[in-house]
Every structure is written in C-alpha cells, then in structure tokens.
Design a protein around this ligand. Structure first.
Ligand SMILES: [Zn+2]
Length: 466
C-alpha cells in the first residue's frame, strides 16, 4: 500500500544550531524544506557527495533500492562523524526565545550559598532535597536540606543527616541563613515534605522506606524534635504529600509513595503516628505493580500518582478493597488512569490556573500537562494546557502560580526563568559544580533554593515585578 503523506509547512520550532550557519539558515527559511539543508550540515565535511546523495537518499528511506557496500560504508562513516555533534546539539535543549523586556518578568538574584560541613560524605553523584518550613523572620522561612547519594548498589552506609537553616537579620538590610542544627538519620533521605497545613511539621522519607516526622518551633528554632520514626516495609520513599483532614483537631495524615508500587497512609496524631493502610497500586492487566515516581494529594480521600511509563492515575482511599489473608493491612484502591505522557513523570505540582485548582504533571523531557482538579478531570481526560519547556532531559523545574513562569535548576547552579506566555527566558549564571536535582520555591514566592551542587545549595531572592 502507498503511504499517504501530507506536505505541510511549519515555522522552525525548537533546535537552533550553535554552529555558524547564518547564511545557509536564511536560505533554508526562504525556501522551506529543501536540499540546501543537507549542504548546511555537510559543509566542510564531504561536499563532493552532495549532488548524488540528495537523489539516492529518498530511495534509501523508502527502501526501494538496497545500499551498495561502498554506499553503506560511506553512510557509516558519515553517521559516525555526525552523531556526536547531533548529541551535543541535543544536549543544549530546544532553543529559547530572547525575552521581551516590556512584558512582566521575574527578578531572580543569587542570594546565598549554603554548605553543610559534614554533608559531602555521600558519593560523587549526589541528590539534594529541600523543603521550606514556616516563616521565621520577616518574609523568610526556615529551610531544611539533605543530601543523598544518587545511586545505591544494595544498602546505604552513608552518614546521612538533615540540616536546618535558620534565617536571621543581624544586618537589618540583609537576611542570611545559618545552620541551626544537623540531625543524623540512619540512611540517605530521598524525599522531604513540609506539612502545608502546619509548616512547623515536616517529614523525611529514606531510600530504605523509613519515615521520619519532625516538629520544629519557629519561635525557638534550635528545637527540632523527632515525632516519629518507623519503617514502612514497602521500599524507598520517592515522594510524599500531606492530606488536609476535615476534622478540627490538629491531627493530619500523610501519604508516602514507594518505589515498589505501594502507597502508605499514615495517621499523624498529636502524640502518635500510625501506619493506617497500605495501598497496592497494581496494573491489573500486567498483574504487576506500577513503577511509581511521584504523588500529589487532591482532597481528603483522592490522590494522583505518576509512573515511570508516563501514566497518571487517580486513586481513591475510600472504597478501597481490603485484600484477604495478608498480614499487613493491604488494600486495592480504585484506580482511574486519566493522562499519559511520553516519558517518566518527574514532578506533580498543585497550581492555580485560570482561578481553578489544577495539577501540573511534568515528564523528564520537560513537557507539562495541566489538569483541572475538579469532578470533570477524570471524565474529560484531556489536559487544559500543554507546555513544552525547552530543557535538556532530567532538569528539575518548579512552576509559578497561574503558569506564568517556569523556573528550572540547571547545571552548575545556573537557574533559568522561562516565561510561558512568549517563551522568553532569562538565565541566572552561576559557578557551582554538578547538576541540580531539586528546586523549591517558598510559599510566599520570595525565595528559591536549588541544589545540591557538590554539597552546596543556592538560595535566590525572587521578586515578582508587576
Ligand atoms: Zn546512602
């Protein structure tokens, strides 16, 4: 059967070469797609093959003519030469548009570098996690950070800790964060999450599935007490989110998301923490658990999970079926798949968009899908908006409310502010080392932290220039 192709003309969207191909580029743009593009790539390599290759290449693609051994070897040589250059270009990510300075923008300025003294015992490749607690002075909250090794062979034998950074105003014009306390933990911390309904309480999940819950006193920040430590027996804690409970008491609940396909519900009372339920997140078609990456609660009973395969699952803790003859309180929750992205989901973030409560789901290629968090969400299944953020794979982002800006923790402490309206970008250069693995904005959006860069975290001051 003849393939049915449609010829369309699109503007160039995406990759601009870093090579000096100015003249050729103009020609390409004026003619649309033409054989000139090949000449551009091959300039200075093997120009003498230009005329013949354009004609034969079409044949090769449609498979009408087999390659001769000579052609094959030439193609092979050419591919070997071009491949590293293509990879290098791809690593720059999609080309940004220069920012239009007349439109509202964000001012992001380097403020302070934090380095915990004994934190660099982790291996060279490290991951940082951070969470902002309640405001301690003026508009500056206390910060908790932790560094873990990015790769664990079988067990963790690092001397892990969390660091509590307290802001102070010894100089009335400048706030600086100082290390208030370091608390040792048994193994590396994989995730940290403040309780958004009581920012004096925060939780840490380890790579072996232990849960820590700490309480901090904002009026006496040296005092950080361990409310709870216990094992989930469900594998490493990749992410967690707190649940807003309806009762008037101070009790709360926490959901932890585990790498072997379980979610655990913890009831956090004033003096006790109880492992209440374990949810098995099973792909019934494959009869195996989903490989989870991220979690985000919706209300007191519903939560969303992201998977390695790029799926989004809506789950409900109510109506969960208890599984028979299990020693653990194991439940099968009701799962509704409602979204699918191409790559592994790297982040789920609750945002406001067009005055609606929404969840933004970002995959590792920088594509963000935004869904409304209301009853229509699951039925409609289509995202309200899709944004393709030009960034190299695996960079960590955080989204400004209303989706106006996306902030991205890049290599060497560099931070990129991308304006979603027009694709304008501003880059805050930096000279730290390593790749950013965490980026967290404060609740009041005045401060940003990124890390961990060779054991260091970078704090930025953020101003929303209206
Ligand atoms: Zn470790």
């Amino acid at each position: 059967m003849e393939p049915n192709f449609t010829l369309t003309s699109n503007s160039v969207d995406g990759f601009r070469s870093t090579w000096d191909v100015e003249g050729a580029e103009k020609e390409v743009q004026s003619r649309g797609i033409s054989t000139e593009t090949i000449q551009t790539n091959e300039r200075g390599t093997n120009c003498d093959e230009n005329s013949s290759s354009t004609a034969t290449q079409t044949d090769k693609i449609t498979g009408l003519k087999a390659l001769t051994a000579d052609e094959e070897s030439k193609l092979n040589t050419w591919l070997k030469r071009i491949l590293p250059k293509v990879e290098e270009e791809l690593n720059y990510g999609v080309t940004y548009v220069e920012a239009d300075h007349t439109i509202k923008s964000l001012s992001v300025q380097k403020h302070q570098i934090l380095e915990a003294k004994n934190s660099s015992e982790a291996e060279k490749v490290e991951k940082g996690v951070a969470t902002w607690l309640s405001v301690a002075t003026q508009n500056a909250p206390t910060l908790v950070t932790s560094i873990s090794a990015a790769v664990h062979e079988s067990w963790c034998d690092h001397s892990a800790q969390i660091d509590i950074w307290i802001p102070n105003r010894s100089d009335p014009l400048r706030i600086t964060w100082a290390l208030g306390k370091s608390i040792p933990v048994k193994v590396c911390i994989e995730s940290l999450a403040v309780n958004p309904f009581n920012r004096d309480i925060f939780a840490g999940g380890t790579i072996t599935g232990d849960l820590y819950i700490w309480s901090y006193q904002y009026n006496n920040p040296e005092i950080v007490s361990e409310l709870f430590v216990g094992s989930s027996q469900c594998g490493g804690i990749l992410g967690m989110d707190w649940i807003k409970t309806v009762s008037m008491s101070n009790d709360s609940a926490l959901l932890t998301c585990h790498n072997d396909g379980f979610v655990v519900l913890w009831k956090v009372g004033h003096s006790t923490v109880v492992k209440d339920k374990i949810f098995r997140i099973q792909n019934h078609a494959k009869e195996q658990n989903h490989a989870l990456t991220s979690i985000c609660t919706v209300n007191s009973s519903d939560f969303i999970l992201g998977t390695i395969e790029g799926q989004l699952l809506m789950c409900s803790t109510s109506n969960a079926k208890q599984l028979p003859d299990e020693e653990k309180p194991l439940f099968d929750p009701f799962l509704t798949p409602f979204g699918k992205q191409t790559f592994s989901i790297s982040k789920l973030q609750k945002i406001q968009y067009k005055e609606r409560d929404c969840v933004a789901s970002c995959d590792i290629s920088g594509v963000v899908h935004v869904f409304g968090l209301d009853s229509l969400m699951v039925e409609n299944r289509e995202p309200l908006v899709i944004i393709k953020i030009p960034l190299p794979l695996n960079q960590k982002i955080t989204i400004w409310n209303e989706l106006e800006f996306v902030l991205c923790a890049g290599a060497n402490g560099q931070t990129t502010v991308l304006r979603t309206k027009d694709g304008g970008k501003e880059i805050v250069e930096n000279n730290l080392r390593g790749n950013g693995t965490c980026i967290e904005l404060t609740n009041n959006k005045n401060w940003l932290v990124t890390g961990a860069y060779d054991g260091k975290f970078q704090i930025f001051k953020v101003d929303d220039e209206n």
